[in-house]
Design a protein around this ligand. Structure first.
Ligand SMILES: Cc1cc2nc3c(=O)[nH]c(=O)nc-3n(C[C@H](O)[C@H](O)[C@H](O)COP(=O)(O)OP(=O)(O)OC[C@H]3O[C@@H](n4cnc5c(N)ncnc54)[C@H](O)[C@@H]3O)c2cc1C
Length: 496
C-alpha cells in the first residue's frame, strides 16, 4: 500500500470540483479491503479522523479532509465480474463510470445512471446516490445497487444485499460479518417526493442497504458493489432543439414530460417516451456560443432529449417528435438531430461542457461554486423556475440555468465577479433552497450535502432530525472518525 506524507504529493488530494480546499497529514492508497480495514481499525483506536475519496469530482467538498488521514480508493479498481445472463456486475469502488459503461456496452448490456461527469468513480456515485440525464426514465444510482461490501468505521466488515435486511418501523439492526449487532433508530424525516440526495435515506420499514447509499462516506467505506444491468437499447434518437421563446421551450418540456411519463406507465414504445430531458436557458447558450458555433443566434432556450428506438418504431417515433417540435414553434431546420453515434456523443459533450465551464470559472475566480441542485414536485416547477431566476436577475448577478428539467431539477449557477457579489450570491442560494423546500422539494437532488450545504439541510429537516442522523452515525462510528463534517456539522455528534 502506498502512503503519502510529502506535502507536495498530498496537495493533489486537497480540493474537489467545487474548489473546496482542505488539509490532512497522510494519504493512504489501499489495494485491498483488508488494507482499508486495517487503516480504519488503527484510526479508530487512535481516534484519528479519516476521510475517504473517490475521483474528487464532487461538488460539495465531501471527499476533502479538513484534518487527519485521507483514504484514496483509486487502487480498488477491479471489475470482479460481469454476468451477461443474470445481468449484473460486481465491481470495486474505483472503477471509472465511463469505463464501466464501455465494458458493459461491449457485452450488449446497459448501466443507466449517468452523471454528466463520467470521470467519477462508481464508489463516489453510490456514496452520493448520483443521477444524471437518463435518471428521468431510469432513476438514480440507488435503483441499481443490489449489494455492497462495506468496512465500518471500527474496521469491521459488513456485507449487505438488497432485499434481505429491513427496518421494523423506525427500528433497525445490522449485523457485521464479525457477528456484532448494531441497533439504531431511523430518523423520521419526511423525504421529498422528488429526485433526492440530501442527507440519509430515511423511511419506516426501509431496506437497510439504502441507508449506506447516499451517506457520503459517513457510515463506512464501500469496497465492493453489485450493480443491476439492463439490456443495451438497440438505437437512440438524440436531438437538441432550439426555441426563439423560452415560454415555448417550457411548454414543450411540460408536454414531453407528461407524454413520456404516460408512455412509461403504459409501456408504450411507439409514442414519445424520452429517457433524458435537459434544458439550457438563454444565458447558458450565450455562455457556450464560442465553443459551439452552431447554436442559432436567435435561440432563447434549448432542450436536449434522447429516446430509445428500434428498427420497428424509429420512423413513427421520429415523426411524433417532429410534429411536436413544430407544434411548439421550434425550427426543425436548426435542430441538431444525431445521424450517428458520433453526433450523439457530441450532444452529450454539449451538456458536459457547460458544467465544466462553470467549474473552470469558479477555479479562475478562486471561489467555491454557488449553484443550486434543487428539485421540486412537477406541479410547482414552472413557478419555481421563474421565481428562482428573479433573485439573481434583480440583484444584477450573472447567472446561467440548465439541468435535468425532466425531473424538475435545476442547476442555477451564479457567476459572481467579486466578493461582494459572492456574498450576495450565497444569500440568494439560501433563498432558492428555502423556496424549493417550501414547495415540497429538496435542496439536493443529486450532488449531496458535503461540507458546503449542511446549513441548508439543517433548515430543510430541522435540528431535531439532524441530531437523530448524528445519533444514527454514532452507533456505527462511536469515536466519530469517519468523514466528519459531511452532511451535518461535527457539533451535532457531540449533542447526539
Ligand atoms: C462537470 C461536472 C458535472 C457533474 N454532473 C453531475 C450529475 O449530472 N449528477 C451527479 O449526481 N453528480 C454530478 N457531478 C458531481 C460528481 O461527479 C458526483 O457527485 C460523483 O458521484 C462523485 O464521484 P467521485 O468518484 O468523484 O467521488 P468524490 O467526489 O471523490 O466523493 C464524493 C463522496 O463520496 C464519498 N466516497 C467516495 N468513494 C467512497 C467509497 N468507496 N466509500 C464510501 N464513500 C465514498 C466521499 O467521501 C464523498 O463523500 C458533476 C461534477 C462535475 C465536476
Amino acid at each position: 500500500m502506498i502512503t503519502k506524507t510529502n506535502h507536495e504529493e498530498i496537495q493533489n488530494y486537497l480540493n474537489d470540483a467545487s474548489n473546496f480546499h482542505g488539509t490532512c497529514e497522510k494519504v493512504f492508497i489501499p489495494e485491498t479491503e483488508n488494507e482499508v480495514a486495517e487503516i480504519l481499525k488503527k484510526a479508530n483506536e487512535k481516534k484519528i479522523n479519516v476521510t475517504v475519496c473517490g475521483n474528487r469530482t464532487g461538488l460539495t467538498g465531501s471527499s476533502i479532509p479538513q484534518t487527519g488521514w485521507l483514504i484514496s480508493t483509486e487502487k480498488l479498481n477491479r471489475i470482479v465480474e460481469i454476468n451477461r445472463n443474470e445481468k449484473y456486475a460486481v465491481v470495486e469502488p474505483a472503477i471509472i463510470l465511463s469505463d464501466l459503461q464501455e465494458e458493459v456496452t461491449s457485452q450488449d448490456l446497459y448501466y443507466p445512471p449517468d452523471p454528466t461527469e463520467t470521470n467519477c468513480f462508481i464508489g463516489g456515485n453510490v456514496a452520493t446516490n448520483s443521477s444524471g440525464a437518463k435518471s428521468f426514465k431510469y432513476g438514480p444510482t440507488r435503483d441499481y445497487v443490489l449489494g455492497l461490501k462495506i468496512i465500518l468505521p471500527n474496521g469491521e466488515k459488513l456485507t449487505i444485499q438488497r432485499g434481505l435486511f429491513f427496518a421494523n418501523g423506525n427500528k433497525a439492526q445490522i449485523i457485521s460479518d464479525e457477528k456484532n449487532i448494531y441497533n439504531f433508530e431511523i430518523p423520521d424525516c419526511n423525504m421529498p417526493q422528488t429526485k433526492h440526495a440530501a442527507g440519509y435515506f430515511c423511511k419506516p420499514n426501509m431496506d437497510l442497504i439504502d441507508l449506506f447509499i447516499g451517506s457520503e462516506g459517513t457510515l463506512g467505506i464501500i469496497t465492493e458493489i453489485k450493480l443491476k444491468l439492463l439490456d443495451k437499447p438497440e438505437n437512440i434518437l438524440s436531438c437538441v432543439v432550439f426555441f426563439d421563446s423560452e415560454t415555448d421551450a417550457l411548454s414543450f418540456l411540460t408536454e414531453v414530460r407528461n407524454k413520456s411519463l404516460k408512455s412509461k406507465k403504459e409501456k408504450q414504445t411507439v409514442k414519445i417516451g424520452a429517457r433524458g430531458l435537459e434544458f439550457f436557458d438563454y444565458y447558458s447558450l450565450k455562455f457556450m456560443s464560442k465553443d459551439f458555433s452552431k447554436i442559432p443566434e436567435s435561440a432563447k432556450a434549448a432542450i436536449w432529449f434522447e429516446q430509445e428506438i428500434n428498427s420497428e418504431n424509429e420512423e413513427t417515433v421520429l415523426n411524433e417528435w417532429l410534429k411536436l417540435i413544430e407544434e411548439f414553434n421550434a425550427d426543425v431546420e436548426s435542430a441538431w438531430i444525431a445521424a450517428n453515434e458520433k453526433d450523439r456523443l457530441e450532444f452529450k459533450d454539449f451538456r458536459h461542457t457547460i458544467s465544466l465551464k462553470v467549474v473552470d470559472y469558479v477555479a479562475q475566480q478562486k471561489i467555491t461554486k454557488t449553484a443550486t441542485d434543487t428539485a421540486v414536485p412537477h406541479n410547482h416547477f414552472i413557478e419555481f423556475y421563474k421565481c428562482a431566476k428573479q433573485f439573481p436577475e434583480t440583484a444584477g448577478i450573472d447567472y446561467i440555468v440548465y439541468g435535468h428539467f425532466g425531473d424538475s431539477h435545476i442547476h442555477l449557477n451564479m457567476l459572481p465577479k467579486n466578493d461582494k457579489e459572492l456574498k450576495k450570491a450565497k444569500e440568494i442560494y439560501g433563498r432558492i433552497c428555502e423556496l424549493a423546500v417550501s414547495m415540497g422539494g429538496t435542496i439536493s437532488a443529486e450532488h449531496g450535502i458535503g461540507k458546503l450545504k449542511r446549513n441548508y439541510l439543517l433548515k430543510m429537516y430541522g435540528e431535531k432530525n439532524i441530531i437523530k442522523m448524528a445519533r444514527l452515525k454514532k452507533v456505527l462510528d462511536p469515536n466519530c472518525i469517519l468523514c466528519i463534517n459531511n452532511i451535518f456539522d461535527e457539533k451535532y455528534l457531540n449533542e447526539a
